[in-house]
Design a protein around this ligand. Structure first.
Ligand code: MCA
Ligand code: AMP
Length: 495
């Protein structure tokens, strides 16, 4: 049986989730997810790894559907709630989904898409009353597909099994000393590992309470902290940056109240992007909390973490988590000596099974002896691992999201006024990188305001370029390849 479900049976009366101002016990979560599972099965005995997509705001409904899919033997495919139609279509087609479960607010957007494809559309509100026998799902079976950007154009589906997910969760529960008395606030989107595994699943595995806000804002977060129940928080560096800016504008009395309340937290964690030392230090001043920085990736869950019990080193990501093997290698795949930089490669039960329907890409992402190649470059010293860069200039990190420059370029090139383009990320203290697009026009002019609206129909907001530059030609090397580092310099100079 799914370990999350069997753990929940030990905490039936405890509060599992708080969302929309309502408390839900573990018993209610088990009952509701059983009803969803039966509703999905509709008389069958097992979904046999059918892909079930779901578009649901963070909260109780999200978790009951995720657990319902797992309990029915399906593969859970979360869809980002801010995706435009084009991005949703990619997920539905690539994962070959048989069913979509959605809240009322998304039905109008989804109806034409599922209709064209003959996909079953279910409404979360209609599942009540169904219960039946649920299948035994072996832990080697596939459980989830998350879409992640890479160095190929469109996002790829990362498949994890129940066994991978259980390894990812249990390692963190031990390493970060989760307990049933914990109460965490989730502000993260639930189509990525950070929110799904580190926040929601670790809390529910531990019999703790997970509280949701629909969307992050510093005011909502601080307001919830001040109620005094929350004692664990996890976020990306951009969020800590925004919380700091908000705190700095508050009246002195309010600042003191918030700082006092933050000092009582058991644990605050930062990840998904490099935590600037200035943000770590400022947060320490405000909250008395030394942020625990850790490193992970959709394909591997969390791999490297600063210590819960010992010193946390600024600018460093720590040491491998228990059960995770790490090596740093040079371009010929030879291990590098301490003090030299190399690509991080990972092995362990938390490493994903495959990219959905992409056997060649899966094979190419592992070495012959089974190490997963992350594309991140790090260095090891007696202070732990430190990230020093990335293999590819085409991977951009902004707001904690991993974004493919190539995916944005492919979309821009379909615009009638654009002949060619190149997308880069330039450094920024709040967002880590800001997405910038250089355009070569097919005609004389382009209306940038209407381009910005047009692109929002094709990509979610977090993948939309923030700065544009019109050029006669892109900087290129003698081979004709665009020199993105030169382009970055042009943007840095201009903005
Ligand atoms: C939004 N804005 C931006 C960006 N996004 N500006 C520059 N770069 C961006 N990427 C601007 C908008 O233009 C707008 O400005 C203003 O910010 C607010 O926009 P909004 O869309 O409301 O932003 P937000 O919703 O407040 O988002 C900020 C956020 C969000 C909360 C930091 O990006 C977020 O939830 N990030 C977390 C992503 C995450 O969970 N990543 C984990 C994946 P204006 O008003 O002027 O238009 S990585 C992972 O899972 C691995 C395993 C790991 O290691 O964790
Ligand atoms: P994603 O594929 O969206 O899961 O993003 C994973 C990527 O985020 C990694 O490959 C790293 O490049 C980056 N990342 C995650 N945690 C950290 C961290 N603590 N410091 C620097 N980069 C990080």
């Amino acid at each position: 049986m799914n370990q999350l479900v069997s753990n929940a049976q030990r905490s039936l009366d405890r509060t599992a989730i708080i969302s929309n101002g309502q408390d839900y016990s573990y018993q209610e979560l088990l009952d509701a997810s059983c009803q969803i599972a039966s509703y999905l099965l509709d008389g069958r005995s097992d979904l046999q790894e059918e892909r079930v997509a779901y578009m649901i705001q963070p909260g109780f409904d999200y978790v009951k559907v995720q657990w319902g899919i797992w309990r029915a033997g399906g593969i859970a495919v979360p869809i980002c709630v801010s995706y435009p139609s084009a991005s949703i279509e990619h997920v539905l087609d690539d994962a070959q989904c048989s069913t979509v479960v959605a809240q009322d607010e998304f039905l109008a957007l989804l109806e034409p898409l599922v209709h064209q494809r003959g996909i079953r559309l279910l409404n979360t509100a209609q599942s009540a009353g169904n219960t039946g026998l649920l299948p035994q799902v072996a832990i080697e079976r596939r459980a989830m597909i998350l879409y992640t950007s890479g160095t190929t154009g469109k996002p790829k589906g990362v498949v994890t099994t129940h066994k991978n997910i259980e390894a990812q969760i249990s390692t963190l529960v031990d390493a970060w000393a989760w307990s049933p008395d914990d109460h965490i606030l989730n502000v993260l989107p639930l189509h990525h590992v950070h929110g799904i595994i580190n926040v929601v699943s670790c809390a529910l595995w531990s019999g703790a309470c997970c509280q949701f806000v629909k969307k992050f804002s510093p005011e909502t977060v601080m307001g919830n902290f001040l109620k005094g129940d929350i004692n664990v928080f996890m976020a990306v560096p951009t969020i800590y940056h925004q919380l700091i800016s908000h705190w700095e504008w508050l009246p002195e009395e309010q600042k003191t109240k918030i700082s006092h309340c933050l000092k009582r937290f058991r644990l605050m964690i930062s990840g998904s992007a490099a935590l600037p030392v200035s943000v770590m230090n400022k947060w320490q001043e405000i909250s008395g909390q030394t942020l625990l920085e850790r490193y992970g990736m959709t394909e591997i869950g969390m791999a490297i973490s600063n210590s819960y019990h010992d010193q946390r080193i600024p600018g460093h990501i720590g040491l491998p988590l228990p059960g995770v093997s790490i090596r740093l290698v040079d371009e010929e795949n030879h291990s590098v000596q301490a003090g030299n930089s190399g690509e991080i490669q990972v092995k362990g039960n938390s490493v994903f099974k495959e990219y959905w329907n992409k056997p060649e890409v899966t094979t190419a992402s592992f070495t012959e002896d089974g190490w997963f190649k992350t594309g991140d470059i790090a260095m090891l010293s007696d202070r732990g691992y430190r990230i020093v860069g990335r293999n590819s200039v085409d991977i951009i990190k902004s707001g904690g999201y991993k974004i493919s420059a190539l995916e944005i370029e492919e979309v821009l090139r379909t615009h009638t006024d654009i002949k060619d383009c190149a997308v880069v990320g330039i450094p920024d203290v709040e967002w880590e990188e800001v997405i910038c697009a250089a355009l070569i026009l097919s005609g004389k002019t382009i209306d940038l305001e209407s381009l910005k609206l047009w692109i929002r129909d094709h990509l979610p907001g977090y993948k939309v370029p923030r700065q544009y530059m019109i050029l006669d030609d892109l900087p290129r090397n003698v081979m004709g390849k665009v020199t993105k580092n030169e382009l970055k310099k042009l943007f840095v100079k201009k903005f």
